[in-house]
Ligand binder design. Structure first.
Ligand code: FAD
Length: 565
C-alpha cells in the first residue's frame, strides 16, 4: 500500500488542474493521531508556507474516527492523551490566528472518510490538503482513496480537485529508505540497524540543522473569514463516546499527573533523562516535577542517559526516558532525539551503542524505525498475521476455556510476582518497563501458551504509548513469530529474570503490596519458601503454571508448529 500511495500521489500530480485556486479558499493541514505538534512537523510546515505564498489562510483539521479506534484496539488512555494535547494545540494554533477544527466520523462510517472529507474540502473551497503519512494499512488505503477521488474530480471538473500531498514524518529514517544490497527490505534488525546508524551519521548535519520551517501565522482577518470564523469557537471534545476512561475522574487525574501535556513538557521530560542523576530504587514514580533529583556536572557520563547501558535493564531504577507516549502521538519530533544526542555527545558522529549510554539509547530509536519499516514492508502484520508464516495458524494454543488464565495475567494475579507487578503497573500507569514487557509477553505466549494477539490487544487498549508498529513488533518478537532470528526456544524464565532486573525486589514490593513483608529477593518466588496457606493468608496467589513444565510444552508446541508451517 505504501508504494500505491506514492503512485497515486504521482498520478494526481500528472493530471492538470483547469481551475485556478479559489482566492477565498483555504489550505488544509490534516492533523493525524501521530503528529500532534507545531514544531518540526513536515506537513504542517509545508501547508503553512504554501498558505503564506498563496495569501490564503491555513485551517488545521483533525478527524476523530471511533470506528478506526475500535478496529485498532485503541484504548481510552491513548485517546484521552490525544484529546488533551489537541485542546492545548487549539490554543496554540489560535495564537497564530489558525483555527483547529475537529470532525467526529460516525463509528459505522469509518470507510466513508475519503468521501466525507473530499466533500468538505469542496465546501471550504480548499486549495490543498496536506498530511503526514500514517503507515498502517487501513490508513494508507484511506489516503489512496482520497488521492484517487481528487484525481477523478480534476478530470471531471466536479468536486475537490486541489493539491493533495502526504509527507514522511513519523520516523528518523522513513520506511523504504534502507534496502539490502539485493534491493530487498531488511527482515533482521542487526544489519538494518548498522545501515540505519550509518545513514543517520552520514546525514547527521541535515538531521541536526534541518528543522521544518516554523508555523507561520494567518493574518488577523482569518478570524472574520466566512469559513474559518465559526471554527475558532468550536470546542475540542473531552471524551469520545465509547472510549471513556474506565476509572472515570480518578483515572483522568492519574493520567494527567503521569502523562502531562502542554508547554515545555517534552523538553523537561528529556532534560530529566539527559541531565539528572540516576537514583537507585527510584523506578518510574511520578510526579515528574518537584522531585529532589539533582542535575549532574557531566551528563554524558553520570546522567540517566549516560548510564543507560545499565539503567535500561533495571526496573527498580528510573533509568529510561519515558518519552514513548510523546513519540507515539508525535508531541515530540522523531528527529529531536537525534539532535539531543548529538548535542550531548559533542562529537562529529553519534556514538555507537556498545560505547556509551547515548549511543545505546539512540539504537532504541532505531528499533522504533525498524518496526515501522516492518509494518510497511510486510503489511500482513497489521492484519493479525504473523511475520513468520511458518506460524500462520499452526501453533496449537492452550485451551483456556473460561479465559481464567488470560484474566489472571491481565489482573496481575498469576503467582509470578514480577509478571504481576508489571501487569499492575500497566493497569495503573498505562506504561510498563521494556524488560517487563518482554517478560510478560513471553509468559503469556510461551508459559501460558495463549495467542500473542490477545496480549497485543490488551497492551494496545491500555498503553498510553500504544503504537501498532512497536507493539506488534514487540509481541511477535517475544512470541517468536516475528523478525527475531533467535528460535522459539528462547523462553524467559520469570524468576531468574526478576532477580536480574529487580535484584532487591523493590519494584515487586511496590506493585504487589501483599508481598511487602518478604525481604530481599525472596519476594520473587514466594512459593519457594512459603506454604500455600501462608501465601493465601498474605492475600497473594499460588503460581498458575509450573514454569519448567510449561517451557517444555511450549517448545514442543512451537517445534510441531514449525514443522507444520
Ligand atoms: P527508552 O528506553 O527511553 O527508549 C527511547 C525510545 O525508543 C522509546 O520511547 C521508544 O520510542 C523507542 N523504543 C525503545 N525500545 C523500543 C523497542 N523495543 N521497540 C520499539 N521502540 C522502542 N513501544 C511503544 O512506543 N509503543 C508500544 O506500543 C510498545 N509496545 C511494546 C510491546 C512489547 C511486547 C514490547 C516488548 C515492547 C514494546 N514497546 C512499545 C517498546 C518499548 O517497551 C517502549 O518503547 C519503552 O518501554 C518505552 O519506554 P521509554 O520511553 O522510557 O524507552
Amino acid at each position: 500500500p505504501i508504494a500505491k500511495l506514492y503512485n497515486a500521489m504521482r498520478a494526481l500530480s500528472e493530471v492538470k488542474r483547469d481551475t485556478k485556486p479559489n482566492k477565498d479558499g483555504v489550505v488544509v493541514y490534516w492533523s493525524r493521531n501521530k503528529d500532534l505538534r507545531l514544531v518540526d512537523n513536515t506537513a504542517l510546515s509545508y501547508a503553512s508556507a504554501l498558505a503564506q505564498d498563496l495569501g490564503v489562510p491555513l485551517l488545521a483539521l483533525h478527524i476523530f474516527s471511533p470506528g478506526d479506534y475500535a478496529a485498532h484496539d485503541r484504548g481510552p488512555r491513548r485517546i484521552d492523551f490525544q484529546l488533551r494535547q489537541l485542546a492545548y494545540l487549539k490554543v496554540e494554533f489560535a495564537k497564530h490566528h489558525i483555527p483547529l477544527f475537529t470532525i467526529t466520523q460516525d463509528r459505522k462510517k469509518r470507510k466513508d472518510i475519503p468521501r466525507m472529507l473530499c466533500e468538505k474540502l469542496e465546501e471550504w473551497g480548499a486549495v490543498g490538503l496536506f498530511a503526514n503519512v500514517e503507515y498502517e494499512v487501513d490508513e494508507l488505503r484511506r489516503d489512496i482513496e482520497i488521492l484517487e477521488r481528487t484525481k477523478e474530480a480534476r478530470q471531471s471538473g466536479k468536486g475537490f480537485g486541489g493539491q493533495v500531498e502526504f509527507f514522511k514524518d513519523f520516523c528518523v529514517v522513513s520506511p523504504g529508505e534502507l534496502l539490502t544490497k539485493q534491493g530487498k527490505p531488511y527482515s533482521v534488525y542487526s544489519p538494518w540497524q548498522r545501515n540505519w546508524a550509518d545513514h543517520v551519521n552520514s546525514n547527521l548535519q541535515d538531521y541536526v540543522s534541518q528543522q521544518n520551517g516554523p508555523l507561520l501565522a494567518n493574518p488577523d482577518s482569518a478570524k472574520s473569514h466566512p469559513i474559518l470564523k465559526p471554527m475558532f469557537d468550536h470546542e475540542i471534545p473531552t471524551e469520545i463516546e465509547g472510549f471513556e476512561l474506565e476509572g472515570g475522574d480518578e483515572e483522568a487525574k492519574t493520567m494527567r499527573h503521569i502523562w502531562p501535556v502542554g508547554d515545555g513538557i517534552t523538553e523537561s521530560i528529556m532534560r530529566r533523562f539527559t541531565h539528572n542523576k540516576m537514583r537507585e530504587a527510584k523506578f518510574f514514580e511520578p510526579p515528574l516535577e518537584g522531585e529532589d533529583e539533582e542535575e549532574v556536572d557531566d551528563p554524558k557520563k553520570s546522567s540517566k542517559i549516560g548510564k543507560y547501558q545499565e539503567g535500561r535493564n533495571r526496573v527498580d531504577w528510573d533509568g529510561t526516558s519515558h518519552i514513548s507516549a510523546y513519540l507515539a502521538a508525535g508531541l515530540i519530533s522523531p528527529r529531536e532525539p537525534i539532535r539531543i544526542a548529538y548535542k550531548l555527545a559533542g562529537s562529529r558522529e553519534l556514538p555507537a551503542g556498545r560505547d556509551s549510554g547515548i549511543g545505546m539509547w539512540i539504537q532504541e530509536i532505531g528499533w522504533r524505525d525498524f518496526y515501522q519499516h516492518v509494518l510497511c514492508a510486510w503489511p500482513r502484520v497489521c492484519m493479525t498475521k504473523p511475520f513468520n508464516l511458518n506460524y500462520d495458524g499452526t501453533i496449537e494454543w492452550a485451551t483456556d476455556d473460561d479465559g481464567a488464565k488470560l484474566q489472571a495475567w491481565k489482573d496481575g494475579k498469576t503467582g509470578f510476582p514480577i509478571v504481576d507487578a508489571a501487569m499492575r503497573s500497566l493497569k495503573k500507569q498505562g506504561y510498563m518497563h521494556n524488560r517487563c514487557r518482554m517478560i510478560v509477553a513471553s509468559f503469556l505466549s510461551k508459559d501460558l501458551l495463549i495467542d500473542w494477539r490477545e496480549g497485543e490487544k490488551y497492551f494496545s487498549q491500555n498503553l498510553v504509548d500504544a503504537d501498532l508498529g512497536s507493539n506488534n513488533g514487540g509481541w511477535q518478537w517475544a512470541a517468536s513469530t516475528g523478525t527475531d532470528p533467535q528460535p522459539y526456544f528462547r523462553i524467559f524464565n520469570p524468576l531468574s529474570q526478576a532477580e536480574k532486573i529487580d535484584p532487591n525486589g523493590d519494584y515487586v514490593r511496590y506493585w504487589v503490596p501483599e508481598l511487602r513483608s518478604l525481604k530481599g529477593k525472596s519476594v520473587h518466588n514466594p512459593a519457594a519458601t512459603l506454604s500455600e496457606k501462608k501465601i493465601k493468608e498474605l492475600g497473594y496467589v499460588m503460581p498458575i503454571v509450573d514454569h519448567a513444565k510449561a517451557r517444555v510444552k511450549a517448545i514442543d508446541s512451537y517445534k510441531e508448529a514449525s514443522a507444520r508451517g
